[in-house]
Design a protein around this ligand. Sequence first.
Ligand SMILES: *Cc1c(COP(=O)(O)O)cnc(C)c1O
Length: 356
Amino acid sequence: MLNIRIEKTTAPKAKPTDESQLGFGKIFSDHMALIDWSADEGWHDARIVPFANFSIHPASTCLHYGSEIFEGLKAYRTADGSIQLFRPEENARRMINSSERLCLPQLPEEDFIQIIKELVKLDADWVPHSDGTSLYIRPFLLGNDETLGVHAVHHALFAVICGPVGSYYKEGINPVGIMIEDTDVRAVRGGTGYAKCGGNYAASNRAGEKAEQKGYSQVLWLDGVERKYIEEVGAMNVMFKIAGEVVTPALTGSILPGVTRKSCIELLKSKGYKVSERLLSLDELAAALENGTLEEAWGCGTAAVVSPIGRLAYKDKVFVINEGKIGEVTQMLYDTLTGIQWGKIADPFGWTQKVD
Ligand SMILES: *Cc1c(COP(=O)(O)O)cnc(C)c1O
């Protein structure tokens, strides 16, 4: 158990009045959680304090050498007014794995969950009420040694900020257009692809921008070694329904193990669908597109839950999937997962946790 010092704000901010205009990641609550770590003292000084700018040494490791990882999860308000989290232990465990990869200190799972629950309880009034809205929680961990020397991290800071976010699908679920990226790669086996680190995002920006300029909303990443196998779509995992079977790329080390991905797989299996986690080549996908056996395609991640793919562009060819409409399985996953998250349907898997 962490001993958390709480310093409440004396100047609470005005909460947004129009929940239809929340957007994503623009508004932050009144408080933030912090825990320091040093090689000498371990984790210490856990605290929840008023949300404010950091003061950071200009030579701080994270600013120069990318020693930074993060997580993303949501708190949902249920019909009875209570607040719940969705599988926070999965985020805690993934952050431990990301820490291990980047040689950052590992925050115990129970401490991660405890301080997030404390923060959400304190800022409970910031959890919005409207349909589809939630409190987005962003834990992150950075190395902050005050030296330009390149060496293992001896000082680190774990922080959690949060804020209300709008419904991802204000105008209904519209399938998106995706461009297959065959030049840039996001990650390679042996690299940091399975870690949720800022560096992976920095490496993704150029292709993302290129896709946007061409009128596509995300890129479909191919593996970094052979540029042959499908990996992820934008910052989401990806799934396809091919000839009745749901196929998603296996976790080969360059793919981020999404909590939504895992939940979709478990849900599909519980409903009797055939699901396989395996290598899926671009050739196989193209053949399925051409012979009509590709029935559905969707991305999955915490922000959108699922995002149906309606168009897929490769070089000069554009394929349309399921007539550009959301498919039956994609819709079922969306309805079931959001139903459990917002407490509208039963949670037979024990995925949700109340914050108090
Ligand atoms: C966070 C993330 C995902 C989705 O993970 P969830 O836990 O489902 O939100 C997928 N791919 C990348 C690259 C990510 O950073």
